[in-house]
Design a protein around this ligand. Sequence first.
Ligand SMILES: C[S@@+](CC[C@H](N)C(=O)[O-])C[C@H]1O[C@@H](n2cnc3c(N)ncnc32)[C@H](O)[C@@H]1O
Length: 201
Amino acid sequence: MSRDACPSILDQCRSVLRRVLQEGDLAIDATVGNGHDTAFLAECVGATGKVVGFDLQEAAIANTRGRLDEQGFGDRVLLLQRGHETMVEALAENSIREKPRAVVFNLGYLPGGDHSLITRPETTLRALESALALLRPGGVIAVVAYPGHQGGSLEAESVLAWARKIPPAFAKASSYQFLNTARPAPFLISIMVENIPQPNE
Ligand SMILES: C[S@@+](CC[C@H](N)C(=O)[O-])C[C@H]1O[C@@H](n2cnc3c(N)ncnc32)[C@H](O)[C@@H]1O
């Protein structure tokens, strides 16, 4: 079967982001990890755009910085070693006033790092609320959740429950997951904010 006919979670996530992001946009990577998503976002927003990336771990920030420099995206990305739940304050403190068109969460632990240091439902939900409030009309939140690791199932369920409660007039929430797998498969949740102009747009 071709990749296009049955895209992986990552491909599906990227195709959603590619459809929404435009040159010159602001995008946020809420969990930079090893920087794959950050580099992808930096490519989508182009030389005139900006990406802000969050991670708690020094190693994640260093790995991401290395990847971005290697790919020539370093000067369009601001990396912050702090929790994504402080996103609103972090943007204000860095004088970033534009609204993001995309916010990406890749939950769980740092691949190749400490597997006990994982994203947590309480801070993830706080960050998701912030992202929803910050997004510009027509923007998207993309969350990849991993129910297969310890602690991951509770977090994945909390994100699903949160997404189901978003008023449909405000945003469309959807999910994408392979069902016939031996262990619960990761899934993508996308929250697409309606393109209703707001008074301050
Ligand atoms: C699955 S990894 C991200 C993978 C990454 N997007 C990539 O492309 O390589 C999850 C990351 O979330 C980070 N993390 C955990 N809690 C966090 C929080 N409250 N705020 C920001 N990052 C957090 C972890 O340190 C870890 O690096």
